[in-house]
Design a binder for this molecule. Structure first.
Ligand code: ZN
Length: 376
């Protein structure tokens, strides 16, 4: 539970200063839960990570040198470690692997800021901005155009992406018992808040349920993604998707903080919170592509359930009238979609999910087209 040093109220900084109502709402939500009493005896256990020693009941911000700039200066990954006063699991929150995906960065920062190690069981580790190069240039990629989330677990003598991946994986990921990797849609697409992971693995499915997100999609991720590499290495990991790139969405950030608090509660790292409702689980998904160039105007909303042959969008000729309608190929739910924009034939416009069975090509063949796979 997010408790102030006096143990009586949640701490919320940053967003209330900006005047967002979400911070007020967060206080109202958090106030309903009862914190655990701090440990009665002096803490004695410590947590070792990347050469640092974190005393029990304390929070530290540590730096891992992951790269260097073109000017030769050090590029350091900031990691916040809250070592709880009592024993418990180690939960890692990773964000900013894609430098233009901001919601997760703010969710991780908020959670760590609100976590009081004196009333925490276990260890909470947060890395809000993994791809510092991309974050500084407001882009998804690294300077050499590589996608960091294709290079895990990485090697220390590989490409720039592989070296950054290896440092994060060896020094942080291998210390985690559970991990959540935060992302958003990309390239002018927005994602419904959802969890993705290898639901065939019981520990991953349990992690997904603990978060209390209403939508869960079976998608292990292609080789090289953090969630797949970490899960393969014995660290159950899920992807948390919410929103669109280059935008801080205060409502989605508030929900993200609440979801992590539910997870902390379910792992008994903080006091009890009400059980989350069971999510809708989708085993399959596929992208619906447009067949005509022009101006793309959606006719459905994110999260909407659609019928077969329902009109999803209209494509207009930029200097004429209506060119075509884009129809739903099957019954499903819209879990991701493009924002209104100009498109050409083949553009992936709507991410449609359904309960399954019969996984779609992007899940089965493991080698989906980049424009589809890069939307997470
Ligand atoms: Zn991403």
């Amino acid at each position: 539970m997010a408790i102030d040093s006096d143990g009586t109220r949640p701490r919320v900084r940053g967003w209330d200063a900006l005047g967002f109502a979400c911070a007020i709402a967060l206080q109202a939500v958090s106030a309903g839960a009862q914190p655990e009493e701090p440990a009665a005896s002096p803490p004695v256990r410590t947590f070792e990570i990347a050469g640092y020693t974190i005393p029990a009941g304390e929070r530290r911000q540590i730096q891992l040198q992951v790269s260097e700039s073109f000017a030769g200066s050090s590029v350091d990954l900031d990691v916040v470690v809250a070592n709880g006063a009592e024993e418990g699991p180690t939960l890692c929150l990773i964000a900013g692997i894609h430098g233009d995906e901001l919601n997760g960065t703010e969710i991780v920062r908020s959670v760590l800021d609100q976590t009081d190690p004196a009333v925490l069981r276990g260890v909470l580790i947060g890395a809000p901005i993994v791809n510092l190069h991309g974050f500084r240039s407001r882009t998804r990629y690294l300077p050499d155009r590589r996608d960091l989330n294709r290079h895990f677990p990485g090697t220390s003598r590989g490409s720039s992406a592989s070296r950054i991946a290896a440092r994060l994986f060896d020094d942080v990921v291998r210390r985690c018992d559970y991990m959540v990797d935060f992302h958003t849609g990309s390239f002018h697409r927005v994602n419904l808040t959802q969890i993705r992971g290898d639901l065939e693995q019981k520990s991953v499915l349990e992690l997904a349920r603990f978060l209390g997100v209403g939508v869960v999609l079976h998608n292990p991720g292609r080789p090289g993604t953090l969630r797949r590499s970490a899960t393969d290495a014995g660290v159950p990991t899920v992807l948390y998707e919410s929103g669109e790139p280059l935008r801080l969405d205060p409502v989605q950030i508030l929900h993200g903080v609440e979801h992590v608090q539910r997870l902390l509660s379910a792992l008994e790292m903080i006091g009890p919170l009400p059980d989350a409702p069971e999510p809708a689980v989708y085993r399959s998904s596929s992208w619906v592509r447009v067949d005509h160039g022009g101006i793309f105007v959606p006719r459905v909303h994110l999260g909407e359930s659609v019928e077969q042959d329902q009109v999803l969008a209209t494509i207009f000729d930029p200097i004429g009238g209506e060119r075509a309608l884009l129809l739903a190929p099957r019954v499903g739910r819209i879990i991701g979609m493009a924002v209104p924009q100009v498109v050409i034939p083949g553009f992936a416009a709507f991410h449609l999910s359904w309960a399954g069975p019969g996984a779609s090509a992007p899940i089965e063949d493991g080698a989906p087209p980049d424009d589809v796979d890069d939307t997470e």
